[in-house]
Design a protein around this ligand. Structure first.
Ligand SMILES: [Zn+2]
Length: 291
């Protein structure tokens, strides 16, 4: 594709639909019919990760926020983290975040603003403000496996902050930490920490690219905190309840549910209900392989 995409429908067309995906959809419809929303009232913190809000997804974000607001109080990422760390979860909370710094984050933020919902945007300083279409196209294809999309520039990052949203790090150029050398990881962590703190001030949060445990490592985890970040997030499903005693940011393994607004809203709700139903104190911690 030789231009930026601006609609979810275009993204769908760029992907091949699989029979497995179709079956999964049918199964989810069945499961979501049986799921009871009463679980959503359970005191907990749910971190939600919305990757993109294309033009044709904006209304869906509004619908989702309306639905979620029935059961949850929306809080900032920083407040959400502190609730978990200090064991101060007294009702159902949701916080929002997004990775990769797509330019459409700006529209997402405007809709979130209407609900006074403050999100954290995890960005890659190496691509912020990039204007060369071919460079962007290559980055999207090789690293994100995505058609070409526009990215935020630094003024827009500042705009997000002025609206009260937070900025977090997602490495310089979307590094797959599981495959990188210790030296490369350490350098990247320090560089992104320095650049983001210079540009944005007081950047505390980190989310590792690709988000699944197999994209991360014990070395990566150590490097995140050595560089100065206070928290680290995955994109592994789950939510959080109070730990038995206060825990540190280094101990906390933040779980975030990846959500695509193009999905059936009942399927999105099903995932959240399932998280609430099955939540365990162990969700707060890393698997043993990261210790
Ligand atoms: Zn990412």
């Amino acid at each position: 594709m030789d231009r930026f995409i601006s609609n979810y429908e275009e993204l769908q067309r760029s992907k091949t639909k699989t029979f497995r995906g179709h079956l999964r959809n049918i199964a989810l419809t069945g499961l979501s019919l049986a799921a009871s929303e009463q679980y959503l009232n359970k005191p907990r913190v749910q971190f939600l990760y919305i990757h993109h809000v294309f033009k044709d997804e904006e209304r869906r974000l509004d619908v989702l926020l309306k639905r979620l607001s029935k059961h949850h109080q929306f809080i900032s990422y920083n407040d959400a983290v502190n609730k978990v760390l200090t064991g101060a979860i007294d009702k159902a909370y949701i916080t929002f975040s997004s990775d990769d710094g797509f330019r459409n984050n700006l529209h997402a933020a405007e809709i979130l603003n209407e609900y006074d919902a403050k999100a954290c945007f995890f960005i890659n300083p190496g691509i912020v403000g990039e204007a060369d279409f071919n460079k962007i196209k290559k980055y999207c294809k090789d690293i994100l496996e995505f058609p070409p999309v526009e990215f935020l520039n630094w003024d827009e990052v500042t705009q997000l902050q002025q609206w009260g949203h937070e900025i977090g790090s997602h490495t310089m150029m979307h590094m797959n930490i599981a495959k990188a050398t210790t030296e490369a990881i350490t350098d990247d962590m320090h560089e992104t920490y320095r650049i983001l703190n210079e540009r944005c001030g007081n950047v505390k949060h980190f989310a590792f690219p690709y988000g699944r445990f197999f994209h991360f490592s014990a070395v990566g985890r150590k490097a995140v905190f050595d560089a100065g970040f206070l928290t680290c997030a995955t994109a592994e499903r789950g939510c959080h309840i109070n730990p038995v005693a206060a825990i540190t940011g280094e101990e906390l393994c933040i779980r975030r549910d990846h959500t695509v607004l193009g999905w059936d809203i009942n399927h999105i709700m099903y995932f959240l209900i399932n998280n609430a139903k099955n939540v365990s104190i162990n969700n707060n911690f890393y698997p043993d392989s990261f210790k």
